[in-house]
Design a protein around this ligand. Sequence first.
Ligand SMILES: Cc1cc2nc3c(=O)[nH]c(=O)nc-3n(C[C@H](O)[C@H](O)[C@H](O)COP(=O)(O)O)c2cc1C
Length: 419
Amino acid sequence: MGAANSHSPGSVLTGKRIVLGVSGSIAAFKAVALASELVKAGAVVDVVMTPAATRFVQPLSFEAITHRPVVSDLFADQGRSIAHVSLGVDANVLVVAPATADCLAGLALGFGHDALLATALSSRAPLLLAPAMETLMYEHPATQQNLETLRRRGAIVIEPAHGRLASGRSGRGRMAEPVQIVEALRTILGRTRDLADRRIVVTAGGTREPIDPVRFIGNHSSGKMGVAIAEAARDRGARVLLIVGAVSVPLPPGVEVQQVTTTLDLKAAVEAAIRDADVLVMAAAVADFRVEQVASDKIKRTGDEFTLHLIPNPDILASIAAAPLVKVGFAAETHDLLTNAQQKLVKKNVDLIVANDVTAPGSGFGTDTNQVSFIDRDGIEDLPLLSKREVADRLLDRVLQLLRQRSSEIPSLVGRESG
Ligand SMILES: Cc1cc2nc3c(=O)[nH]c(=O)nc-3n(C[C@H](O)[C@H](O)[C@H](O)COP(=O)(O)O)c2cc1C
């Protein structure tokens, strides 16, 4: 079952502190195999079980594999070691596999009535969840809402698979296989701090073009995608400047924020910001036109027709030189998605276009998920429907590749410029 390279010394899992939370599902036996794979890969694994989980698998099974005590009773050591706090604080990652419907609800609501929930509350490490349950439980709006809440907070969810369930029925709800969970952990731990000291400028939200002192032309952008990118870049160690127009989501702590209103404001802010930036990600929804003559007083109703004269705004991305800056653009389209995105790639001279059909289910304005394609000069990568945070991390993986390519090209660029 285990990946052959999991034994290699120096693997990303070596020496990492992994807290494995196990809740009361029939799939708890798979967590024993997962613990075994993680230990073989060199991780230090602490298992925290809910009382219900101990009805399915004995703590001894985990202790024999991890050679560490299992925490299953919040009150067992009578307050001597406060394991539920120290484990959470010291963890590099917290993985809950299997995650029951009940456990997901507790995590989403912030309950702390058992050792697993209390550990999760004390932890600020990345949280990976592998739900396992009957299809009806999984598809219940309560469970889906709890998953949505957890995703919004940054949790990564490995979707359960379709298959035969404990009840004998078939459907979605089978916990992901341990090998998939190990892969996800490698990705999460490998990403950590890989953008350390990079300066990343992200634009988010919608611009507003004034018509008169009380009216404007705006758009439906919520800013969620750009904010998710800023948060993901922050978590990976980047110094982030988030330039925001109108947004309907809270602005993230730990990033520098600059507010703008119009497209011209945004252009000026971006031009100033990129002077010392490595990466520009333009996720803002920018108005292509502005009102030529903004009225100084509120325009009054007269009963007659009224015509606004609009003039084109500058194309911010196209006006900025590429290399050494890594430029990423978004193409929110409603038709001919790939053709339009490919044209943008060339016209705006960007390194990567993230294209999404804003009319597709689960994509576009205000949703917490997005289904996008990455388009670069080498081709197209279609991604599945993912949380916006997961899209952000996939995007930053591509940005990192581009940065690495750039740094191997830079000496020749510098040589050309100075020559
Ligand atoms: C045989 C059996 C199997 C169960 N399997 C699951 C399951 O796969 N997923 C789930 O969400 N709940 C399952 N349950 C219900 C949970 O064990 C129950 O909701 C429990 O309170 C979960 O507690 P915990 O989240 O604290 O571990 C199962 C119950 C039984 C009796």
